[in-house]
Design a protein around this ligand. Structure first.
Ligand code: ADP
Ligand code: MG
Length: 336
């Protein structure tokens, strides 16, 4: 329970700032920062609700803070941007201590510092039920960059940055065993992908700096959902080859059906999916190689009406936006 909101704000107020353009951070009615010519401003927001997106059995307060900021930074990465500032609204129930809340801010600060971001404001209110944390992130990207999901063109390749499935596998372990179970080193890697996802800012920057026509999404709701969004927004069809979809090496000794479920519908890996021309791929492939970032071609784009198809064992099927057997990730993700 928070006794003194102002005392609390004082405690979480950053002692130093990173962004030169910041004029006024926490402490007035609104934050003030200089906008930059040459850049377009980016802004996004995501909310995490206790009991819907996390529970105290699956995430520590530090992890909740880290992830609440990471998922927003991931949205900036999916626009090819540089994250700059963040604001945090928290609705706090009685059973959360000030110590818990400070840990949430430490989690955010860890990733915030990694990207030289500044915490510039927020709001603190009470909640009658679970904890609700809403983070807004500002970012910037070179003027004219547009890594929009509506950019896919017939003839393009479909690509994935990173490897999929570990986060959903980690969540299943956590839901079964909880936080304090003794996990193997291998299982811990699955948990980490779920609890402390790394947004792909560096990959987004390479794609933005190429100045090429690229469609890009971060994989928050699962590959099936994200590819369908690109197909719909671009009014084209995407054809994916299951064998080419990069699966996390940490899920490879689980049954294939689980691997398929996790890598296609699991989501929350926060890697990237998109489309680009073959010549763009040939141009930037090497940069990804040099930086040690995995870039995989998983299919292609054709003229169509906004559908996604998946080929596995020579069988081609329509890939639904979400839903696979008994795993309705949509509901689990708090989506309406
Ligand atoms: P106001 O009444 O002007 O909304 P508040 O008392 O809500 O002011 O907030 C005071 C300052 O502290 C503002 O700069 C606000 O952005 C910041 N702030 C309030 N709550 C939080 C929070 N949970 N995290 C970060 N900054 C916060
Ligand atoms: Mg306020």
């Amino acid at each position: 329970m928070l006794r003194d909101e102002f005392d609390f704000i004082d405690k979480i107020k950053p002692i130093k700032t990173n962004q030169k353009a910041l004029i006024k951070g926490i402490g007035d009615d609104s934050a003030v920062f200089k906008s930059s010519s040459m850049f377009d401003e980016l802004i996004c927001m995501d909310t995490m609700v206790e009991g819907v997106h996390f529970t105290r059995q699956t995430m520590t307060p530090f992890m909740i803070g880290f992830k609440a900021l990471a998922v927003n930074v991931s949205d900036i990465a999916a626009m090819g941007g540089i994250p700059t500032y963040y604001l945090v609204s928290i609705a706090v129930p009685k059973d959360w201590t000030e110590h818990d809340l400070k840990e949430i801010y430490e989690g955010m600060s860890q990733i915030g510092e990694q990207y030289s971001m500044d915490l510039i404001g927020g709001d603190t209110v009470s909640s009658k039920q679970g904890l609700i944390i809403t983070v807004t992130v500002c970012g910037k990207v070179e003027e004219g960059t547009n890594l929009f999901r509506s950019n896919a063109k017939p003839g393009d390749l479909v690509f994935v940055v990173g490897e999929l499935g570990a986060s959903a596998a980690g969540l299943e372990l956590l839901l079964k065993n909880g936080l304090s179970y003794t996990y193997s080193t291998h299982e811990k890697m699955l948990l980490k992908q779920h609890q402390l996802p790394e947004p792909q800012v560096e990959a987004g920057r390479i794609l933005a700096e190429s100045r090429e026509n690229i469609a890009l999404n971060d994989i928050s709701d699962g590959l099936a959902s994200e590819t369908n969004e690109i197909a719909e927004a671009s009014m084209v069809d995407l054809h994916l080859d299951f064998e080419k979809i990069p699966r996390s090496k940490y899920i490879k000794n689980y049954p294939l059906l689980d691997q398929k479920r996790w890598s296609l519908f699991g989501g929350e890996d926060y890697f990237l999916v998109g489309t680009m021309s073959k010549s763009t791929f040939d141009k930037i492939n090497q940069t990804f190689d040099q930086k040690g970032i995995k870039l995989s071609v998983i299919g292609d784009v054709t003229v169509g009406s906004g559908e996604v198809y998946l080929t596995h064992n020579n069988k081609k099927e329509k890939l639904p936006k979400r839903g696979f057997n008994h795993f309705d990730k949509g509901e689990e993700n708090g989506k309406l």
